[in-house]
Design a protein around this ligand. Structure first.
Ligand SMILES: C[S@@+](CC[C@H](N)C(=O)[O-])C[C@H]1O[C@@H](n2cnc3c(N)ncnc32)[C@H](O)[C@@H]1O
Length: 521
């Protein structure tokens, strides 16, 4: 049966609460797609035994979910720290909690008392600092509040973290990476960017690195207890591994022992530039791609991960920095670079995909020319757009949304393409240059999108609908639509925004988002 017959997912999938221990809570990272949504896509568009790739894999939601449901997965990310998290979670070499518990106990005996002494006196902490192995005191990214690495920590935090790390390196044979994962997660809480929200337990705060994407030192530094913080992260890692072990056990049982999960065989990790991934993987060797590339200038992943990459000993070359698919960062990468890199990654992905296979890409940005890059490149690469879904409910973006209401797009679009068996002769990219008056076209498009009888909707739903309408009218690459213009377009037509429900409506009473837009068709 040809896979052209697969019914595309045409509805948004409600994001489940972030309850999977294997992803949430183990280690913070910048963005993570809801695991249940990613899993549903993999299940729909691929089969057991298929090769599933995520070229911008982050902490591995795609790869881990794919692996756990019997796919051979390829996790790729330029950021070694993201790969470290993904690999450690998926690792099936250790199959029970016992070695981990034993190693943790050894580390506890070696460190706990000293840590309490270090916390009681800066003098003791300074003494320990002289004896412990520390990473080099490198310069931090330019927009950081602190100039050098050590300034990110109090003396006690620096000594305490170094002590635990030394002990893990010495004692935790076989499960070293799992304990280092817990240590690395503690690092996110034991530094001066950590702040606690008013009215919440101190330990439940977070680091500015993951909230405002900058090394901003907290004005009132919260110093969490070092051993207890590490212990908490260890329990999270334990819960994540227990979840993975349980799923692996049931899979083995169901297959009568024939198909045990084996990460060494079926969980491949690469740290390559997504734009040239076809140099290290065979063309037409992948059965499904699900990916969530960086969205322009929001997050400079390598700069922001320096705390972890540096202390964990992962080297980032200048070449890697220059290849990151972002705008800005230490290398001041241009918008042109970003678009080129995004386009090349899609081209490479399509070369890697077998014919008669599917490809999903998650994206969101106010800059509609970025959507144009994705849609045009995919189309030129012979892929047919089959579904465009507005997916809301991502916790991180929702947090920003609460603060900035209408100007933040809290949901993203999942665009799904099919690569036919036989390449079409002619790509469906705009065949002629757009020659209309941009303002008139935009106004027409607004009216066309709003004319479907929907009483109220979210900004994201309408914005994504506009993207699709502009794409069909071949005007996507030629127009710009800023957030002010978007809001003005709506208010001028009599719609108003409710900052509480995050919906636009015509009537004051009509405040729920009961309408959604059909994006394709
Ligand atoms: C949006 S995140 C992916 C998040 C991921 N979907 C998850 O669930 O954790 C994008 C990732 O792309 C990586 N990245 C940026 N430029 C890259 C490049 N040129 N090649 C490969 N990975 C890149 C970043 O390090 C980051 O982890």
């Amino acid at each position: 049966m040809t896979r052209a017959d697969i019914q595309p997912i045409l509805e948004a999938i409600p994001a489940a609460r972030q309850e999977d221990a294997r992803h949430y809570g183990v280690h913070p990272y910048f963005t993570r797609r809801p695991a249940n949504v990613v899993r549903a896509y993999i299940e729909r568009y691929s089969r057991e035994g298929d090769v599933v790739l995520d070229p911008f894999g982050g902490t591995g939601v795609t790869a881990i979910e794919g692996f756990l449901i019997g796919r051979k997965v390829i996790q790729n990310d330029l950021n070694p720290f993201a790969n470290f998290i993904a690999r450690s979670i998926a690792d099936t070499a250790v199959v029970s909690t016992l070695p981990l518990q034993k190693a943790f106990e050894k580390v506890r005996l070696a460190c706990q008392d000293t840590l309490h002494e270090i916390e009681r006196s800066d003098e003791v902490a300074s003494k320990w600092l002289k004896r412990l192995p520390l990473p080099e005191n490198i310069r931090l990214p330019r927009n950081s509040d602190a100039e050098f690495f050590y300034e990110m920590f109090t003396t006690g935090q620096l000594a305490g973290l170094a002590l635990i790390k030394q002990s893990i390196d010495r004692q935790a044979k076989g499960v070293r990476d799992l304990l280092l994962l817990a240590w690395s997660a503690s690092l996110a809480k034991l530094n001066k960017t950590f702040l606690s929200a008013k009215g919440r337990a101190e330990s439940r705060g977070g680091s500015s690195i993951f909230s405002i994407y900058r090394y901003k030192l907290a004005s009132q530094c919260v110093e969490l207890p070092i051993w207890e913080t590490f212990h908490g992260r260890y329990l999270n890692v334990l819960a994540a591994k227990e979840e993975v072990w349980k799923l692996a056990y049931f899979r083995k049982l169901r297959s009568g022992g024939k198909h045990p999960l084996n990460s060494q065989r079926d969980f491949k990790v690469l740290a390559h530039d997504a734009a040239t991934l076809d140099e290290v993987l065979k063309p037409a060797s992948v059965d499904y791609i699900f990916t969530d590339p960086p969205y322009g200038a929001f997050i400079t992943y390598l700069d922001l991960s320096i705390l972890w990459n540096h202390w964990l000993g992962f080297h980032i070359s200048d070449d890697d920095r220059g290849r990151e698919t972002i705008v800005g960062g230490g290398c001041e990468l241009s918008e042109e670079h970003y678009k080129r890199s995004l386009a090349r990654s899609i081209e490479a992905s399509l070369r890697l995909l077998r014919p008669d296979r599917w490809f999903s890409i998650v994206f969101q940005h106010w800059d509609i020319s970025y959507f144009s890059v994705i849609l045009e490149t995919a189309s030129e690469g012979g892929a047919e757009l089959k579904a465009a879904i507005t997916q809301t409910g991502d916790v991180i973006w929702s947090m920003h949304k609460k603060k900035n209401s209408a100007s933040v797009l809290a949901g993203e679009m999942i665009l799904t393409f099919y690569k036919p068996k036989q390449a079409r002769n002619k790509a469906v990219v705009p065949s002629r240059a757009f020659d209309g008056d941009p303002a008139v076209v935009l106004s027409e498009v607004f009216d066309a999108c709003l004319a479907n009888g929907v009483g109220s909707f979210t900004s994201e739903a309408l914005f994504n609908r506009l993207i699709m309408e502009l794409w069909h009218r071949r005007a996507l690459g030629c127009l710009s639509l800023g957030r002010e213009e978007f809001s003005r377009g709506l208010t001028q037509r009599g719609w108003s925004y409710n900052a509480h429900t995050h919906c636009w409506s015509r009537n004051v009473g009509d405040q729920e988002a009961h309408g959604s837009f059909t994006l394709l068709g």
